[in-house]
Design a protein around this ligand. Structure first.
Ligand code: IMP
Ligand code: MG
Length: 179
């Protein structure tokens, strides 16, 4: 696919306001607890960086990276770690921070893996929840925005590693085949 045009879906201001609200919700839930906040690279890097600046429970921060196999714009069932967490999760609350939950395969894999590490609880904050696209059930504890579908880029989200640097989120208008 080729991107022909970008249409603003959420501008930087709308994202900042929503991320601040999510930070307050998360603070209320975890007040006084030991929390490890885990960023799912690469897509969540910008959301994670903004979100953690609102957190007041002095969390430990860590990063994971997963690879999924299948079509370039949708995840199939095969997901594996290319970078695991480094912080021990035993007895701690774990908050996974993901960019988008689409089919749910990525988060389903991460939940299964991290659940086996003895965490006290496991929750998910996702910037965008594409609920209607779900193939496996996933509970999103903190959702930034809900979208029915479409392909979006910006604010960490890429198409072929480009557009991640954009401060807003844009819907990619795709060039029709053969155009
Ligand atoms: P899932 O495993 O199908 O839930 O896919 C989740 C992953 O697919 C996300 O972490 C994104 O990296 C990627 N993804 C899904 N939809 C989009 C999109 O609209 N733009 C960019 N990446 C996307
Ligand atoms: Mg991703």
């Amino acid at each position: 696919m080729k991107i022909k045009d970008l249409k603003v879906v959420y501008d930087a201001q709308a994202i900042a306001a929503r991320v601040a609200e999510m930070g307050q919700e998360i603070n209320r839930l975890y007040a006084g607890e030991d929390v490890v906040v885990v960023c799912v690279l690469k897509g969540a890097f910008m959301f994670f960086a903004d979100l953690v600046r609102h957190l007041d429970m002095r969390p430990e921060l860590d990063f994971v990276r997963v690879a999924s196999y299948g079509a370039s714009t949708a995840t199939c069932g095969t997901v594996s770690f290319t970078k695991d967490v480094e912080v021990p999760l035993q007895g701690k609350h774990v908050l996974l921070v993901e960019d988008i939950v689409d089919t749910g395969h990525t988060v389903d894999f991460l939940f299964r893996q991290l659940a086996a590490r003895g965490a006290k609880s496991l929750r998910l904050a996702a910037l965008v929840d594409k609920q209607e696209r779900r193939a496996v059930p996933v509970r999103v504890d903190f959702a930034g925005f809900a979208l029915p579908g479409g392909f979006i880029v910006g604010y960490g989200l890429d198409y072929a590693e480009r557009y991640r640097e954009l401060p807003g989120i844009y819907e990619a208008v795709i060039e029709p085949e053969g155009a």
